[in-house]
Design a protein around this ligand. Sequence first.
Ligand code: A2P
Length: 332
Amino acid sequence: MVVALIGATGLVGEVMMRVLEERKLELTGFIPCASERSVGRELVFRGKTYTVAGVEQALTASPGIAIFSAGASTSLRYARAFAERGWFVIDNSSAWRGDPEVPLVVPEVNAASLRASAKIIANPNCSTIQLVVALAPIHRTYGIKRLVISTYQSVTGTGAKAVAQLQNERQGKQGEMAYPYPIDLNCFPHGGAFLDNAYTAEEMKLVTETRKILNAPDLQITATVVRIPVLGGHSEAVNIELKNDFVLADILELLEKAEGVVVRDDPAGNIYPMPKYAEGKDEVFVGRIRRDVSVPFGMDMWIVADNLRKGAATNAVQIAEHIMKRGWVSSM
Ligand code: A2P
């Protein structure tokens, strides 16, 4: 099976390559692609050196799985052309997530929404992925009525330029700014563009994507996205109001058994998830699980994951594994 990686030179692209190296997908070809300025650059993958190609060049190869992580405009421009030539496209941008014909997939939650005929598959936003992995078992059992989400997001979610801005500021160097303000020793409630309703694009992604993945169109959700000077992963403080009463110990048991979830919750031992320790891991870490004292059926939880791995690369590769397991793309 051939994998084309569009955006191979980016921050997520690089992690995609590492995740593809670690997991056992059998590949007969690998085509790293990037923008024109990177064509001809060399990248090492599974011990072999590959030359970065242009996207048009990959289109001429025999079809396999194309993983896109090069921004929404590149996905809008090329995804359909790949799909029409028989490729499965796993798209990490926001370009196709709202399309009702496009499955929006987190394998632990809704792998069942994958279809052989739906050639474009959307990988959700990083903060949505970790949220739904932790919430799905609770939603399935009790029904979630309302969510109030506050995120504490890593600069890695903005790409290589944002990491460089943080590092430059730490070293007292001048450089290109990814954000309108300094990020070191700072934080700002601003992720993505401001919309007409005064939310940001990242906040509304949490609302619409969570509803789609959990198949819960009436779920009430409000979110505030905050960027913080951290590298290892995104953190989320989530207030959850359930439709039915619950016993907290039962929720803990559900989470302990949930696929992809690790409970780190021992207040007496100062145990709770942190981005520094989630970095490089594929699991979603949850802690600070407690009853909300302000409403009858409420609870609070702190959710942390490496946004470049489970929030992007690992989730995309897991989708590729599902496609292969179902025999929709044959090994050639
Ligand atoms: P390049 O490195 O040549 O700019 P990040 O999110 O870390 O900034 O990475 C974005 C990725 O998307 C990079 O690999 C980048 O390539 C790639 N990219 C950006 N624009 C295009 C484009 N028009 N066609 C193909 N790849 C693109």
